[in-house]
Design a protein around this ligand. Structure first.
Ligand code: G6P
Length: 371
């Protein structure tokens, strides 16, 4: 009913707007009196965690893209090698697993059959399993050795939104927790990152306050036959997620690419007027930002329309962009938390204008309990 949607037309839109609160809840109570990070149900000892020498993240759909972001954070902060694998592919390739491998299963519902079968296989090989899940007491956390609940509250819309951003938060917390236990990062640095995370709810609110401009942009693209998404580093999974949302909700052909791969094939797709959404990394000491700008130049030179998500104060992007959507400033690893939101709003609005059922897209289920 309308009351349940709190005045929104769709549960999805309501859930998009709940993200500041969801992220705040996901961060609640994670530090003890001394400032040390804590996780919900950690049935693994510090020694067991110190023995972990490889992490394999398994997930499906949107949760898989959260896992891709997690790889960047975990490897950077802990120096433990991370693989990210689609749950449906995992056990059929005879993966290399043992007691020193930590398998991280990310699932909003906790009931996805592909993910469940994958963790059963991993535990059968003596690996430890940690679940990142939004649903208390669901099957995947019950069958895991440790759980981080995402505390997003019930997600009703089929397309995951607050589920995704809170999974990102849980992944960052896991990465920092491991860094704390393994001693790869010092307390001060961990505290600084947690403080940056705690600023995110207000920054998300800022992004949401600009929703009308995104809606206008979506309405300008109802005639598009295809939309491409480009990203680099942690922005690459965001590009994939932006494309997935358009497929799911607007039934529109959409693809995400790593910007550096453009020249190895996808650039052949570029034609006059093709909309290309570009997730521009923050301006940093590395060359990510420069490389992204040259990618944007390449597509634009071939007639594409560049819609750029870029941080406030990034003045270098404007000359290359047909349209700029501003994001509050955060470190590159945290940028997915903010950059995904305009893409959610864009897909939700585009699908609404096209007359589709945003909450219950054709052929999709919220939780797929068959393999
Ligand atoms: C289904 C849903 C997706 C979701 C995926 C994984 O395919 O339609 O929105 O991302 O399952 O779900 P999970 O509950 O495991 O995160």
């Amino acid at each position: 009913s309308a009351a349940e949607k709190e005045g929104h037309d769709w549960f999805m839109r309501k859930e998009i707007f709940e993200q500041p609160r969801a992220v705040a809840d996901a961060l609640l109570g994670r530090r003890d009196a001394t400032g040390r990070l804590m996780l919900d149900e950690m049935r693994l000892s510090d020694q067991e965690l110190r023995d972990i020498d490889k992490i394999i993240i398994i997930a499906a759909g949107t949760s898989f893209y959260a896992g891709m972001v997690a790889k960047y954070a975990i490897e950077h902060w802990t120096r433990v090698p991370v693989e990210v694998e689609l749950a449906s592919e995992f056990r059929y390739r005879d993966p290399i697993l043992d007691y020193s491998t930590l398998v991280v299963a990310i699932s909003q519902s906790g009931e996805t059959a592909d993910t469940l079968q994958a963790i059963r296989h991993a535990r059968g090989q003596r690996s430890k399993v940690l679940a990142i899940c939004n649903t208390n007491g669901s099957t995947i956390p019950r069958e895991s050795d440790a759980v981080i609940y995402t505390h997003a509250g019930p997600e009703i819309a089929v397309a995951s939104t607050k589920g995704f951003v809170t999974q990102l938060v849980a992944c960052y917390l896991l990465a920092l927790y491991l860094a704390q236990v393994k001693g790869t990062r010092y307390g001060d640095e961990i505290t600084q990152i947690v403080n940056q995370l705690e600023a995110v709810p207000a920054q998300l609110q800022q992004v949401l306050d600009d929703a009308p401009a995104i809606y206008e942009l979506a309405r300008q693209h109802t005639g598009a036959r295809s939309i491409l998404f480009l990203g680099r580093h942690a922005g690459y999974p965001v590009a994939l997620e932006g494309a997935l949302k358009l497929k799911e909700l607007a039934y529109l052909h959409a693809e995400g690419f790593a910007a550096g791969e453009l020249k190895h094939g996808p650039i052949a797709l570029i034609e006059e007027g093709l909309p290309v959404l570009c997730v521009v990394p923050p301006q940093g000491r590395d060359q990510l930002h420069d490389k992204m700008l040259s990618g944007i130049q390449e597509v634009r030179a071939r007639g594409a329309k560049a819609i750029c998500l870029a941080e406030e104060g990034d003045e270098r992007v404007a000359p290359y962009a047909d349209h700029v959507v501003r994001l509050p400033r955060v470190p590159v690893l945290l940028q997915p938390l903010l950059a995904v939101v305009p893409l959610q709003l864009f897909a939700c609005e585009l699908a609404t204008v096209l007359g589709h059922d945003v909450d219950q897209p054709r052929n999709l289920a919220k939780s797929v309990t068959v393999e």
